[in-house]
Design a protein around this ligand. Sequence first.
Ligand SMILES: [Zn+2]
Length: 275
Amino acid sequence: MNIQVELLKTGCFYADGGAMFGAIPKRSWSRRYFSDENNRCILNMYSLLIRAGERIILIDLGAGSKYQKTLAYYGFFDMQEWKDLLKTRSLSVTDITDVVFTHLHFDHCGSATFIENGKVGISFPKARHWVSASQWKNYQEPHPLEKDSFFDKNLNVVAEARLLQLIEKDCILCPGVRLCLMDGHSEGQIVVYVETELGTVVFAGDVLPLAANLSLEWISAYDQCPQKSWYAKKRLLDEAVRMGQTVIYCHDAYLRSSTVKKAGSFYVKDSLVDL
Ligand SMILES: [Zn+2]
């Protein structure tokens, strides 16, 4: 099957540079990622549109607008409406057959719902919404360290409408689209592998939010279990190097995607690939 993919930017926000690079000192990370005088880094929010025969699939949805006041610290800007993004591609929200969430942090799933006249509505009413069972448990009973990233109104109505599909382990979503579980940033995060004419494209989610996170030890302070993040990243990058896969950096404001190579014991970006 001829599968087509396109990266779509749903908006931008600011994140603290120190938080994005955990234990790495600023004198090191500031050489690889820009920050302003308040130590803020610009992060993009990318989603992947996949056209695979009859299936029109979105991977992650961005933050949406419901919680912008609560999340004012993040200073969201350049936010896009899904209706508009899809319309320019001759699609509508009811054409989307599947939505896959890498995980349920607000910047990845907020657009799943909207509020109109005080009621929560579902943005993609015909879509099956895929998430891992362990991530769903996490969302319902979050650890205090993670709870500020989860919002009830983002997914509960989707579950009530029986549009939620939980996966327990790695699986094939449809021919050419594979879902793999990788813990660390958040329990049961999904990494998506898509077989395209250009080769395999990897939507790594927050396993690899920025190209600057390619170094195994450059792990965000938001990660719930950094040791697991290290192993997840190594597994993902070893395969990407071996197979010549294209990796998407879903939050990077300066580099959307690239192939990866090894330089000594380091992983570095190789050819730039525009998706
Ligand atoms: Zn996250």
